[in-house]
Design a protein around this ligand. Structure first.
Ligand SMILES: Cc1ncc(COP(=O)(O)O)c(C=O)c1O
Length: 450
C-alpha cells in the first residue's frame, strides 16, 4: 500500500478528548455512550461517539442532558436546517399517499425529482439514477464512465473522499478509508496531488506564479496512461480548499484532449453550499457527470443522485445501479421539497452573502494571530488552519484539538479536517446573529490558545 496521510481530525484517544468526556458528558448521555460503544463495531470518526443526540432542530442539536450545540458540521446534510417544517409536512403527506415503489413501478415524485434536477443542472446534464448514498452514486458514475469510454482507469486526488464502498474508496485518497483494508482496491485508480496541496512547492502562490502545475500533472498522467476513463474529484475540496483560478478549465480541456470524462462529486458542496447551486459553476466548467447526495434528502432521508449528460445514457442493456430505494417516492419527495425550499428561501444567494460576511470577520480578527495559518472558503464552507509555526506552517494538530473541545464546551460543534483545519459548515438557513455568535466562539477559543 502506498504511503498516505491521515486527513481527518479528532483522535479517539487524545487527552483533549478524554478530558472533554470526563468533564462535559452528563449523567443521561454517559450510559447511552457506553451502550453505543458496546453495540457498534468501532471505527474511526464514529463509534465510540463524542456525545449523544436527543433533538435536532434548525441549526441546533441537543444531547440527552439538554446541552445544546450549534451544528457547523451536520455531515453536510443540513443545508435547510434540521427538521424544516415544510419538509416534514411534505414527507408526512407522501407517507399517507404512497410510501414505497418497487423499482420497476415508476411514480410521480421520482419522475418530478429527476425532471427538477435536470432543470437546475446546466447544459445537457439531464439523465440520472438515484441511490441511497453518495458512495453508491459515485460508483454509478464510474460504471457509466467505463461503459461510455470502454476504458477502466481513473485519475483522482490523494486526500480526497468519495465514499466508503470499495469502488469509491479506490478513487478516494484518505488513509482512514484505505490504509488498514487488507488487499487491493480497484485496479487503474491512479492518484495525483490535489490542487492547493499542503506540499505544493509554490505554496499556493497562485496561477501566475505556478502556471497551474497541479493541472499540468493531471494532464501528464492522462497523456502517459493514454486510456483513462474519467477524472473524478470534488470541485472544491471539503477540507476546505478552493481551486486556483483556471484549474478546472485546464483540467476540463485536458480531459477533452485525452478522451476522458470529468466527474464532479458535489455530494457536500452541491445545492448551494458554496454560494452557487453547483460549486463547479464558480469555475465556469461543466462536467460530464455530477453526483449529489447528503443535503438532497433535506437532512432527514438518505438519497443521492448521479446525473449524466444525456448522451451518456449508454448502459441500457445491463445494470449499473440496481438499488432497492432507487424510485422510493418518500425519499424523492424529500429531495424535491428540499430543492423547492432552497429556491423559495433564496438559500443559494444567502450562502454567498453570509459566507462573505464570515470570511471578512475571520480575516479581520484572525489574520495576524500567530497560530493561524490559512483562512479560506467559499460560501458557507470555510476553514481556519491552526499551525504551530506560521513561517513553515507546521500543522498545529494538538492545538486544533484543544480549540475544538473549547468550542464544543461553548456550544459549537464542527469538524477538524487534515488534523488542523477547523472546518465550519453551517446550514444555509442560519441567521447572521447565530453566525456571528459562532464566529465569536471560534475567535475566542483561538485567542485563548495563543
Ligand atoms: C465528497 C464526498 N463524496 C462522497 C461521500 C459519500 O457519501 P455517503 O456517505 O452518502 O456515501 C461523502 C461523504 O462524506 C463526501 O464528502
Amino acid at each position: 500500500m502506498s504511503q498516505i496521510v491521515h486527513t481527518e481530525g479528532e483522535s479517539n484517544t487524545s487527552s483533549a478528548r478524554k478530558a472533554w468526556m470526563k468533564e462535559s458528558i452528563g449523567p443521561k448521555s454517559s450510559p447511552l455512550l457506553k451502550r453505543d460503544a458496546n453495540a457498534f463495531l468501532h471505527q474511526s470518526l464514529s463509534s465510540p461517539c463524542v456525545s449523544t443526540i436527543a433533538k435536532a432542530e434548525g441549526i441546533w442539536v441537543e444531547d440527552l442532558d439538554g446541552r445544546r450545540y450549534m451544528d457547523f458540521h451536520g455531515n453536510s446534510v443540513h443545508h435547510i436546517g434540521y427538521g424544516h417544517p415544510r419538509l416534514i409536512t411534505a414527507i408526512k403527506a407522501q407517507l399517507d399517499d404512497l410510501s414505497f415503489a418497487p423499482r420497476r413501478f415508476t411514480n410521480d415524485p421520482a419522475v418530478e425529482l429527476a425532471e427538477k434536477l435536470a432543470e437546475i443542472a446546466p447544459d445537457d446534464l439531464g439523465k440520472m439514477l438515484f441511490t441511497t448514498g453518495g458512495s453508491d452514486a459515485n460508483e454509478v458514475a464510474l460504471k457509466i464512465a467505463r461503459a461510455a469510454t470502454g476504458r477502466f482507469k481513473t485519475i483522482s486526488f490523494w486526500d480526497a473522499f468519495h465514499g466508503a464502498g470499495f469502488g469509491a474508496a479506490s478513487v478516494g485518497g484518505e488513509a482512514t478509508f484505505r490504509s488498514h483494508i487488507a488487499g487491493p482496491l480497484l485496479p487503474g485508480a491512479e492518484h495525483v496531488a490535489p490542487f492547493a496541496c499542503y506540499r505544493c512547492p509554490y505554496n499556493h502562490a497562485g496561477p501566475d506564479t505556478c502556471g497551474l502545475a497541479c493541472a499540468k500533472m493531471v494532464e501528464f498522467v492522462l497523456e502517459r496512461e493514454g486510456d483513462v476513463a474519467a477524472v473524478i474529484a470534488e470541485p472544491m475540496r471539503a477540507v476546505p480548499y478552493v481551486p486556483p483560478s483556471g484549474f478546472w478549465k485546464a483540467v476540463r480541456e485536458a480531459c477533452n484532449r485525452h478522451g476522458a470524462l470529468l466527474i464532479m462529486d458535489e455530494i457536500p458542496t452541491g445545492l448551494g453550499k458554496t454560494g452557487k447551486m453547483f460549486a463547479f459553476e464558480h469555475d465556469e466548467i461543466i462536467p460530464d457527470i455530477v453526483t449529489l447526495g447528503k443535503a438532497l434528502g433535506g437532512g432527514i432521508l438518505p438519497i443521492a443522485a448521479c446525473i449524466a449528460r444525456t448522451k451518456l445514457d449508454v448502459c441500457g442493456d445491463f445494470a449499473i445501479g440496481h438499488y432497492t430505494h432507487e424510485k422510493n417516492p418518500v425519499t424523492a419527495r424529500a429531495a424535491l421539497t428540499t430543492i423547492q425550499i432552497i429556491e423559495d428561501e433564496g438559500l443559494v444567494d444567502r450562502a454567498a452573502e453570509l459566507g462573505e460576511h464570515a470570511m471578512d470577520r475571520l480575516m479581520g480578527e484572525l489574520q495576524n494571530i500567530p497560530i493561524v495559518g490559512d483562512i479560506r472558503g467559499r460560501g458557507l464552507m470555510f476553514g481556519v488552519e491552526i499551525v504551530d509555526d506560521r513561517a513553515d506552517k507546521t500543522p498545529g494538530n494538538a492545538r486544533a484539538e484543544r480549540i475544538y473541545y473549547a468550542c464544543l464546551e461553548a456550544g459549537l460543534s464542527y469538524k477538524i479536517s487534515q488534523g488542523c483545519v477547523l472546518t465550519l459548515s453551517p446550514p444555509l438557513t442560519i441567521t447572521r446573529k447565530d453566525l456571528d455568535c459562532a464566529i465569536d466562539i471560534v475567535v475566542n477559543a483561538i485567542k485563548d490558545e495563543c
